[in-house]
Design a protein around this ligand. Sequence first.
Ligand code: APR
Length: 307
Amino acid sequence: MRPKITIIGAGNVGAQCAYKLAQRDFADLVLLDIVEGVPQGKALDMTQSGSIERFTTKITGTNNYSDIKDSQVVVMTAGLARKPGMSRDDLIHKNAEIVAGVVKQIVEHAPQAVLLMVTNPLDVMTYQALKVSGFPANRVLGMAPLLDAARMQSFIAELAKAPVTEVYAEVMGSHGDLMVPVPRLSTVKGKPITELFTPEQVAGLVKRTTDGGAEIVALLKTGSAYYAPGTAAARMAEAIVRDTKEIVNSCCLLSGEYGLNDVCLGVPTRLGKSGIEEIVTLKLTPEELAALQKAGAAVKNLCGILK
Ligand code: APR
């Protein structure tokens, strides 16, 4: 029997995540949404591309939580997306309510699953999911730090005129204004970008990375990014199900790491079948650590609003 992955929310991000996973052809998928017909229609459409793409993934579209039974990973994308002029934090109350409702269903129907959060504001929603689910911390994580690193990598590659495959970017912190891109640890062919670019160019890369989502929202005008977010979620779900043990930056609960406690924030993590198998502690400069702690304090503050 193939492993099973559920994607909650058949909107832009959820559908992209499902389609990426379908093409990878290693797990059966359930696509669930509150709107009748949408997950069923998208599942049917994706399934019909299987004979063209040559994949055999079984994709079930549903509105019924009993279908998520035995899922190894549940990817949570349900919720409102940003419109121009909105910050991710503007979504907090409505999305917290949606997350609480959905997570209760996940606990009832797929109690062993690893829960991969995508809904924004990501750090707060990951903490909300952790608290509502009562799952152990290793089984609740958030997607965005991988996305933020991917964005920074693409901007570095463009500036360095290098293939993105030769670029590494270290991005920690929150998925928002207090993101912590770390130029010192970001490289092109192993060389730090701080040695390749001027301080102004580095500052420009950091700013563009931090504003990466807003840049796309401003262009789209009717919603937020979904190709890279959906792809990032699919990659993480695959790493968990296939137990790859790779190091991917993700949002997870910190309990003393980096001097932070009881807050979910982006840090390097090792992913495997039990979710987060290790939190990697990088040696940061006092300034980098201070930026991370500032992000932690801000996220904690936002979580406090929900309590
Ligand atoms: N249960 C299930 N699905 C729901 C629920 C719910 N309670 N509430 C909303 N949905 C579904 C919607 O019907 C819609 O299909 O969630 C989907 C959201 O899709 P989009 O509006 O296209 O939003 P998307 O761009 O996919 O973003 C989803 O991910 O990146 C984040 O900020 C983004 O929080 C947003 C989320």
